[in-house]
Design a protein around this ligand. Structure first.
Ligand code: IPM
Ligand code: MG
Length: 361
């Protein structure tokens, strides 16, 4: 049976990194007879330029029936002065919310070959393997009301609203507890319950949910402390569950533990395991078009797609091992380059992963 994958390269380095990931997936598609069909679509600034909106109807019609979506990145200088309602980022947010992709998994794993690439001491990060479960379709990102208003005294005021309904907290909670059950059974819920009612409520629901998962140890941490602990002693964490905004910030922070933000993949899943897969880094307009970006986060996102949407653990592991082999062969893109290694381009890194796949068989 054929399975349809919607491919949305987006903006900036998006096109370059997605090309490498498709190279890898294409190889496996043939090699393992996976039956994938690819169809490209526009999102972000690229879509705005053609259709005047970052998430056009054509793209909605493409992603809705697709079995999975692979996305590059959105945004760039060119669109920064547009009204916020049509900025590239709105396309990504629209996609997440239209498809109800509420559960965002962001694993931070340190490949031993990159221990020196991290800005932290090797002993702090070696063996790191943590999973951030970020709520992706609620919180202050989507809360109403929002905007800029004029107060009675004539002064302008910008405002956003942080909201979480009980069902929103419960479903991300279930998602995180289940992931913790498959790992080391430790779940840390990150909030700001000492200041924000919305997240005090979040904590209350997490505690209630924990009764259904007696095998998982639940702990709580304020977000400021969590940011500090992530750089002080990141290996204390197994699974972190947190709100949309806190997850956005903490996952960038966690990425640097792994050597580079160019290494972190993600999965955004709905209730049924349908998913959108993207690297957590952005469109990096400063290096776009130069073929120097790191495609590994996108390639690893494809591994997550095989694991979480297509339940094909064998294929997922093949990609992860091939990435490991490529790093063993000493090739490095600029972001993870260190003396004594071989600097390669984005496409050469893609080639290195494909040849590692071929060599292992
Ligand atoms: C991310 C990004 C997005 C977010 C932006 C591009 C809208 O930073 O996926 O982490 O804030 O969620
Ligand atoms: Mg982010």
């Amino acid at each position: 049976m054929t399975k349809k994958i919607a491919v949305l390269p987006g903006d900036g380095i998006g096109t370059e990194i997605v090309e490498q990931a498709i190279k890898v997936l294409d190889f496996l598609n043939t090699d393992m007879n996976l039956g994938f069909e690819f169809e490209n679509g526009l999102i972000g600034g690229a879509a705005y330029d053609v259709h005047g909106t970052p998430f056009p109807q054509q793209t909605i019609d493409l992603v809705k029936p697709a079995d999975a979506i692979l996305l590059g990145a959105v945004g760039g200088y060119k669109w920064e002065s547009l009204d916020i309602s049509v900025r590239p980022e709105k396309g990504l947010l629209g996609l997440r919310s239209t498809l109800n992709l509420f559960s965002n998994l962001r694993p931070a794993i340190l490949y031993p070959q990159l221990a020196d690439a991290s800005t932290l001491k090797p002993e702090v990060v070696s063996g790191l393997d943590l999973m951030i479960v970020r709520e992706l379709t609620g919180g202050i990102y989507f809360g109403q009301p929002r905007g800029v208003r004029v107060l009675e005294n004539g002064e302008r005021q910008g405002f956003n609203t942080a909201t979480y309904t009980e069902s929103e907290v419960r479903r991300i909670g279930h998602s995180a507890f289940r992931i913790a059950q498959k790992r080391h059974k430790k779940l840390c819920s990150v909030d700001k319950a000492n200041v924000l009612e919305c997240t005090e409520f979040w904590r209350e629901i997490m505690i209630d949910l924990s009764k259904e998962y007696p095998d998982v140890t639940l702990s709580h941490m304020y977000v400021d402390n969590a940011a500090m602990q992530l750089v002080r002693a990141p290996k204390q964490f197994d699974v972190i569950v947190t709100s949309n905004l806190f997850g956005d910030v903490l996952s960038d922070c966690a990425s640097m533990l792994t050597g580079s933000i160019g290494m972190l993949p993600s999965a955004s899943l709905d209730e049924h395991g349908k998913g959108m897969y993207e690297p957590i880094h952005g469109s990096a307009p400063d290096i776009a078009g130069q073929d120097i970006a790191n495609p590994l986060a996108t390639i690893l996102s494809v591994a997550m797609m095989l694991r979480y949407t297509f339940n094909n653990e064998a294929a997922a592991l093949r990609i992860e091992k091939a990435v490991n082999d490529a790093l063993d062969s000493n090739v490095r893109t600029a972001d993870i380059y260190a003396a004594g290694t071989q600097k390669v381009s984005c496409s050469q890194m893609g080639d290195a992963v494909v040849s590692a796949l071929k060599n292992r068989g």
